[in-house]
Design a protein around this ligand. Sequence first.
Ligand SMILES: N[C@@H](CCC(=O)N[C@@H](CS)C(=O)NCC(=O)O)C(=O)O
Length: 209
Amino acid sequence: MIPVLYSYRRCPYAMRARMALKYADIQVEHREIEFRNKPKSMLLVSPKGTVPVLCLDGLVLDQSLDIMRWALEKSDPDGWSSLDAIASQAWIEKNDGPFKVLLDQYKYPNRFPDLSQEDVLNSAIDLMLKPMESTLQLSKYLMGNKMSLVDVAIFPFIRQFAAVNPQCFEELPFPLVKAWLNQHLESDLFNSVMDKHPTWIDVSEEAGE
Ligand SMILES: N[C@@H](CCC(=O)N[C@@H](CS)C(=O)NCC(=O)O)C(=O)O
């Protein structure tokens, strides 16, 4: 049985999972979901209702990092997971925790009317973009001179951050972060996981049950 992946094209968590699966050359049955009408078959195996979800024989992985790590355990041709565990965990926790909070505040200002956009932007810069720029001054990627799980795990969130206000991002003094982002945006790997898929409909729904 080939694994089933419930996914959403623009979700950064799903993007990083798709990139790791593609890199590891793992074929999946792609099921594109709509948030407003999540398939019952997905909620049955993962009631928390977030994507990505990977369903294998007897195993459900419903955290994007678990999917990435599972894929890399199967195949890791360029050594994405040969990393210092503590340093890599620190980057990912910072991204998935406080940076994601700031990203949502920056992206959806209407939901946070009490926050100053300038303060949010400055906090995101101090938390993530400045440390990234300093790191990229020392090495080509975040964990050294080779691309790794950390770059791929973080890239979709920096992409989203840049896309909120592209002109503002362009004006920020972080040339190495911009070059790093562009390299990922232009990569075959990223572009190969951004194909559009029709929305998955469970058979029971098609039958009107
Ligand atoms: N910790 C989860 C987070 C996944 C997540 O939050 N995905 C969002 C989309 S980007 C989602 O599915 N949200 C469900 C919803 O909005 O109803 C992971 O790493 O997979």
